[in-house]
Design a protein around this ligand. Structure first.
Ligand code: 2NE
Length: 276
């Protein structure tokens, strides 16, 4: 894909191509792409801009690498060096866990997000990859949780949704033992969709994106909302119902309701009928 830069940030890189693909990369390789509050603010901004751009249908979410020491990472979770008493502390001095906002934005983005994992996806970084719709691992990918080691945990999507993906037994093992899992084991447990050689990771991501982009945007967004609804309670149903409302607004029936109100007359829905 022919990428062009899209916006200026300090902690991330965002690019797009004319085919309808955006690429978002955490750009803190010296810290194995750990996120600080500023990183998350920028990621939320990038995903919000992507949401509002109707030419973009697929996002490739990745990490810049290799670092100067040769190490690769998708993301190593929250930056422990700015972790204060109540969360991760940014320039404003406030302790935050704003990565949870980012998780929800990715989850409800009505487009397909594909994680491209080269190297480590640890802690909150492992959760971010999990929240993506699809995940492709390079053969050097390593996944794991460290929360119980470093005094943290993610009891939301990080635990509950992980258990939906890999099963309760494996999810408890991942969190309780804090082991590391290579790409092939991640594939076996259903944590990733495919494993590819490191030098083919992005090309494979673009291939998957192109396949998705051939399909109906409405069908894809409704399916994403439907998958979410199965696990996300009322928030998931809200998303699915929002899609139904979105479609309903385009019908003559809904327009008659709006027009009747604006014309100060009773609505006439007789054209619609009561279908089976
Ligand atoms: C990622 C991992 C396994 C990489 O190991 P290795 O051996 O390849 O590299 P190294 O030397 O450990 O790291 C390279 C540099 O990156 C920094 C290191 O401190 C080191 O810096 P220097 O010593 O060269 O200055 N670095 C790496 N990860 C960092 C991090 N998360 N924060 C700050 N600096 C980091 C290995 O580095 C590792 O295990 N990292 C820590 C993983 C971790 O515990 N993450 C936090 C989990 S908690 C969390 O993410 C979370 C949550 O549980 C709930 C809500 C929100 C967040």
């Amino acid at each position: 894909a022919a990428w062009t830069a899209w916006g200026t940030y300090t902690d991330i890189l965002v690019d797009r191509c004319s085919e309808g693909i955006a690429r978002v990369a955490i750009n803190r390789p010296a810290k194995r792409n750990a996120f600080r509050p500023q990183t998350v603010v920028e990621l939320c901004d990038a995903f919000s801009r992507i949401r509002d751009d109707r030419s973009i249908g697929v996002v490739l979410f990745t990490g810049v690498g290799p670092a100067a020491d040769g190490g690769f990472a998708f993301c190593s979770g929250g930056d422990q060096s700015v972790r204060g008493d109540g969360g991760y502390v940014g320039d404003d001095g406030l302790p935050r866990l704003n990565v949870l906002d980012l998780q929800r934005i990715i989850r409800s983005l009505p487009k397909v997000v594909i994680a491209l994992v080269a190297g480590y996806a640890m802690g909150g970084g492992q959760v971010l990859h999990l929240l993506c719709d699809l995940s492709l691992a390079a053969d050097n990918a390593v996944f794991g949780q460290t929360g119980p080691k470093v005094g943290s945990f993610d009891g939301g999507f990080g635990a509950g949704y992980l258990a939906r993906v890999v099963g309760q037994r494996k999810a408890r093992e991942i969190w309780f033992l804090c082991r590391r899992y290579g790409a092939d084991e991640a594939l076996r447990m259903g944590l990733v969709n495919a494993v590819v050689p490191l030098d083919q990771l992005e090309a494979e991501g673009v291939r998957w994106a192109r396949e998705v982009l051939q399909h109906s945007p409405t069908a894809i967004r409704c399916l994403k909302a439907a998958f979410n609804a199965e696990t996300d309670g009322l928030a998931g149903i809200q998303e699915l119902a929002g899609n139904a409302t979105h479609l309903f607004y385009r019908t003559d029936e809904a327009l008659e309701g709006r027009n009747a109100f604006l014309e100060k007359r009773p609505p006439d829905f007789s054209e619609t009928g009561w279908l089976p």
